[in-house]
Design a protein around this ligand. Structure first.
Ligand SMILES: C[S@@+](CC[C@H](N)C(=O)[O-])C[C@H]1O[C@@H](n2cnc3c(N)ncnc32)[C@H](O)[C@@H]1O
Length: 283
């Protein structure tokens, strides 16, 4: 995966922005958006449910200014619409989606977020279960599904990698996109075991946009990557400048200089979503 330092991004959401989020930090250029690393404080951790806190802050506290994994988790809950704008711009390589099995009966996706992958899965399975712990992201995903062709094939439910609320051997494809990491709070050994438990014999477990390839390889996961130039496709140049300032501050000057809504991933400085790790379970 994915984001530079973490996993694995308009509506009346509960609190679309915490106090001070988006405001200009002291010393920043005029009009600069507040970077993700400075966006939230320890006080914002109160947004976590007890189940979330036990996974994301097992010691009971943390500092989202020093811990980008925590900053991303707060983003999902405090500014889900902002995350959705970013994820919508970072589109998956079509080869990744094309590689996944099609015409299958059951698909389970874990860490579905606002549906970057989920929307692509609608055409590949008869029934799809999208598991997502963050309630504000589930709400956005449900809203998208309500207006999508065959969106009713997807059931959106709450759950975590390490405790999937799904039966054994129930899905032909169990997949996560930009969500799984070896850390226990975001998957780990327990999460991978859960994905494999839910996958039926002969089915496929796939980790899209993986990080820690060696970790997955030692657990029997093969790797495939799709070539070709890839860009982040922001909705407008204005949005490119704004979102780069928040999520890719080191690239923000170059994004501004290029003057385009389309920004190559090399400019942004992250690996593009062009790859996946997978394991076919013995039939
Ligand atoms: C970078 S987002 C990716 C979302 C979506 N799959 C996409 O590609 O846009 C990471 C997602 O993983 C979810 N997540 C974080 N920890 C999780 C856990 N322990 N179990 C399941 N999902 C988790 C987050 O809520 C978030 O939706």
């Amino acid at each position: 995966m994915t984001q530079p330092e973490t996993p694995a991004r308009a509506c009346p959401e509960p609190a679309e922005a915490p106090a001070g989020a988006g405001a200009e930090p002291p010393g920043a250029p005029a009009g600069a958006p507040r970077e993700l690393r400075n966006r939230y404080t320890a006080a914002d951790l109160a947004v976590f449910t007890s189940d979330e806190a036990s996974r994301f802050i097992p010691q009971g506290d943390g500092d989202p200014r020093g811990d980008m994994v925590l900053a991303w988790e707060l983003l999902y809950r405090l500014e889900p619409g902002l995350y959705d704008r970013l994820a919508s711009a970072e589109r998956l390589h079509p080869g990744v989606v094309g590689w996944l099995p099609r015409h299958v009966d059951q698909i389970a996706e874990v860490g579905a977020g606002t549906g970057r992958l989920t929307m692509e899965l609608i055409g590949r399975g008869r029934r799809i279960v999208a598991v997502e712990p963050a309630q504000p992201l589930r709400r956005i995903l449900r809203r998208k599904l309500a207006t999508a062709d065959h969106g009713d094939r997807v059931q959106v439910i709450h759950g975590f990698f390490d405790q999937l609320p799904l039966p054994d051997d129930s899905a032909d494809l169990v997949v996560a996109c930009s969500a799984f990491t070896p850390s226990p709070g975001h998957g780990g050994e327990g999460g991978l075991a859960e994905m494999e438990r839910v996958c039926r014999p002969g089915g496929c477990v796939a980790i899209i946009w993986p990080n820690h390839l060696d970790w997955l390889a030692t657990r029997g996961y093969a790797y495939v990557s799709f070539p070709g130039p890839m860009s982040v496709e922001f909705a407008s140049f204005r949005e490119a400048v704004e979102l780069a300032g928040i999520f890719y501050p080191r690239a923000a000057g170059e994004v501004r200089r290029r003057g385009s809504r389309r920004v190559p991933f090399e400019v942004i400085g992250i690996n593009p979503p062009r790859d996946l790790a997978f394991r076919m379970l013995a039939g």
